[in-house]
Design a protein around this ligand. Structure first.
Ligand SMILES: [Zn+2]
Length: 144
């Protein structure tokens, strides 16, 4: 038996305990009953940040803005990555315009910026968009 994984719900921030063997069974949140694992990026608001960076599944945040061309061309790549990494990594988008306080706290100097968190800590950061294979390779090199 392995220990259950702690995974925050992307909808209500509730922290779920999910046995690793059940990750593939579309686990539902114990609090709000919505699916805990998504196959698409979710929108992160700065009020959810502290809850969402917790947990045993890494969280990859794409910091973007509406006016940023490279951010827009990167969006479909990020969505594809979310489909491929479902159950291994959680992907979230942070709008740096509507979440300026958090973007400042994270020290964002250019966008898009990619920040990888695990168990509440930043473990890696990448400035600028990456093609899908390089993005997956970068994550693999971080143990995702
Ligand atoms: Zn929930």
């Amino acid at each position: 038996m392995t220990d259950p994984l702690h995974i925050p719900c992307p909808h209500c921030n509730g922290l779920n305990r999910i046995p690793a063997a059940r990750l593939g069974d579309a686990p539902k949140c114990g609090r709000c009953k919505a699916p805990v694992l998504l196959n698409a990026p979710f929108e992160l608001q700065q009020g959810d940040y502290a809850s969402q960076i917790k947990g045993d599944l890494p969280l990859l945040i794409d910091v973007w803005a509406e006016w940023c061309g490279p951010c827009k061309s990167f969006a479909p790549i990020f969505e594809q990555a979310a489909r491929q990494l479902s159950g291994r990594c959680r992907l979230a988008k942070l709008d740096s315009e509507t979440n300026q306080q958090l973007a400042g706290q994270l020290g964002i100097r250019s966008i898009p910026s990619l920040i990888l968190f695990r168990n509440g800590r930043e473990v890696a950061r990448q400035s600028g968009a990456l093609p899908l294979p390089q993005l997956l390779e970068w994550l693999r090199s971080q143990g995702v």
